[in-house]
Design a binder for this molecule. Structure first.
Ligand SMILES: CC(C)(COP(=O)(O)OP(=O)(O)OC[C@H]1O[C@@H](n2cnc3c(N)ncnc32)[C@H](O)[C@@H]1OP(=O)(O)O)[C@@H](O)C(=O)NCCC(=O)NCCS
Length: 192
């Protein structure tokens, strides 16, 4: 991420299985152009509703950028089979008002680390070849990236997991959990 970016206030953490509706609502809020860029073609609301439910069932990982309780951006890491194999797929979405503030870049770092920790060697980014923002983000991670043009813009070649990358993901998951509990407590206190 460039030095000039100031990440908006919020928390990045993995979504829990019960949070699929927040993921769905985020995807539904994407403006028309972003929705098309995210899914590589225009999709209906019904498609998104189905997609968000299936994503939760398929055992993939979804990182969310939470602004309070709402998910405003997401990064998905998807298995291509039943278990984590050599290849996985990644996708990113940031709601328009929050785009170009460095969130996509932050999310990409999380996804590369999560892929590495699961032994994924090839991470395919499903996005349109003219997606300049994704290409700009990918360039920030060029140590891990190999570009290929066509349907797939970039292929990330993560290194294997190491103690620090495993520890960093575990510590961050704990922190994310703590933040979610504190947020829940705050809401309960406010409602009382
Ligand atoms: C693509 C997307 C995920 C990027 O997230 P983001 O939070 O806006 O991205 P960031 O702010 O981290 O980085 C954007 C980079 O693109 C650059 N950029 C912006 N407009 C650009 C353009 N027209 N041409 C080239 N680079 C551009 C920015 O300068 C920035 O690079 P920098 O950090 O080197 O300055 C987000 O814009 C989005 O959700 N778009 C719609 C859905 C989509 O395209 N998803 C990806 C396909 S799966």
């Amino acid at each position: 991420m460039s030095e000039h970016h100031h990440l908006p206030q919020g928390t990045i953490r993995k979504l829990w299985p019960g949070e699929a509706p927040k993921f769905r609502d985020h995807l539904l809020r994407l403006d028309k152009a972003s929705r098309r860029m995210r899914f590589a073609h225009g999709v209906s609301d019904a498609f998104i509703e189905d997609y968000a439910t299936r994503m939760a069932d398929m055992g993939g990982i979804v990182y969310g950028f939470f602004d309070g309780t709402e998910v405003r951006a997401a990064a998905e890491l998807k298995k291509l089979g039943d278990t984590w194999g050599r290849e996985a797929e990644a996708a990113f979405s940031v709601e328009q008002p929050l785009q170009e503030h460095g969130i996509g870049t932050e999310l990409m770092g999380r996804v590369i680390r999560a892929a590495r920790n699961r032994g994924v060697q090839h991470l395919c980014l499903t996005c349109l070849a003219d997606n300049n923002k994704m290409q700009a983000i990918a360039r920030h991670y060029e140590a891990d990236l190999r570009f290929e043009y066509g349907e797939v813009v970039g292929e990330i070649v993560p290194q294997g997991p190491n103690y620090f990358s495993l520890l960093a993901e575990a510590v961050e998951d704990r922190f994310g959990y703590m933040m979610a509990v504190l947020d829940l407590q705050n809401r309960v206190v406010k409602a009382a």
